[in-house]
Design a protein around this ligand. Structure first.
Ligand code: URA
Ligand code: SF4
Length: 283
């Protein structure tokens, strides 16, 4: 049910207007500029220095294997799946394992599990910390205030939520929005790895400390990590080497709503856009 509409959206990855000069659409560009203005708080944008792209050492293409969908959804063997197979594998993982999951204490206090959404064929995956109250109530990731800002960030990139996949380190809400405990992250880890194995994005953006520390297996804080390309460690077949851009969590941006913080996030997103070949609007 949750993933059903994804199947129809699975055939595209990005707004073609951003990639193809001939299909340039001034309305889309204006929307992107407005979202960027809004992201930056309608102040004059102060450009911040950006890190140049490193030489990217991309993972080997996965080994072809029979029974792709079943295998990928179990995380055993990996094959590049069709968009339809990706949608089916994600849906199966959600319905058969995540929804009924009781692997950690968070199952006792959750209202809904929050698997993640939208595009099973996304080139870009955002990983946050864990569901908050709005997400727990709706079963959807990033739908509260922080989610609104993330949605604007995505729009400023010239994309929409239906182009990307958004998920979290843990799929159930930690009570009172506390940081998930290491044992909760560990219990939920396998689901995240398998989501990433099914989607196989070109870039992962980690939002804030728990996602950055967890996925990059580091103790270095987000203030030092953000804006610098990292590579996903070998956390599962086909995943080692995927470029990761850590940036501030939108909730942190809301708490520290300065031109500087917003400018840093925008510069991180521009690095991602550059890597994905997306058009960066000039003011
Ligand atoms: N914060 C997160 O980290 N994830 C959500 O889904 C919502 C808020
Ligand atoms: Fe299962 Fe993850 Fe929810 Fe814990 S947080 S109960 S591991 S789905």
């Amino acid at each position: 049910m949750l993933l059903q509409p994804l199947v129809c959206g699975a055939g595209f990855a990005y707004n073609p207007a951003m990639l193809n000069e001939e299909a340039y659409n001034p309305v889309d560009t204006a929307k992107q500029l407005l979202a960027m203005e809004s992201l930056l708080g309608n102040t004059d944008f102060l450009p911040v220095g950006r890190n140049s792209l490193p030489e990217l050492d991309l993972p080997e293409p996965p080994v072809a294997a029979a029974g792709a969908v079943g295998a990928a959804s179990k995380g055993a063997v990996l094959q590049e799946l069709s968009p339809e197979e990706k949608a089916a594998a994600l849906q199966q993982l959600d319905a058969d394992e995540v929804k009924p999951c009781r692997k950690c204490e968070l199952c006792k206090t959750r209202t809904n599990t929050v698997f993640g959404e939208v595009n099973p064929n996304a080139d870009l995956v955002f990983v946050g910390e864990g569901p908050g109250a709005d997400e727990d109530a709706s079963g959807r990731p990033f739908v509260g205030r922080a989610g609104d800002l993330l949605t604007k960030m995505i729009a400023a990139m010239g994309l929409s939520r239906s182009d990307v996949f958004i998920c979290n380190m843990v799929k159930c809400r930690p009570p009172g929005n506390r940081t998930p405990l290491p044992e909760e992250v560990a219990a939920c880890w396998d689901y995240l790895v398998r989501q990433l194995q099914i989607i196989r994005p070109k870039v992962i953006v980690t939002l804030g400390n728990p996602a950055t520390k967890g996925l990059l297996s580091t103790n270095v804080g987000i203030t030092k990590m953000r804006g610098v390309w990292a590579q996903l460690p070998d956390i599962g077949p086909g995943l080692g080497g995927i470029p990761v851009m850590p940036t501030f969590h939108p909730a942190y941006v809301l708490r520290n709503y300065s031109v500087n913080t917003r400018g840093l996030v925008w510069s991180d997103l521009q690095s991602v856009m550059e890597h994905l070949g997306l058009k960066i609007p000039q003011k």
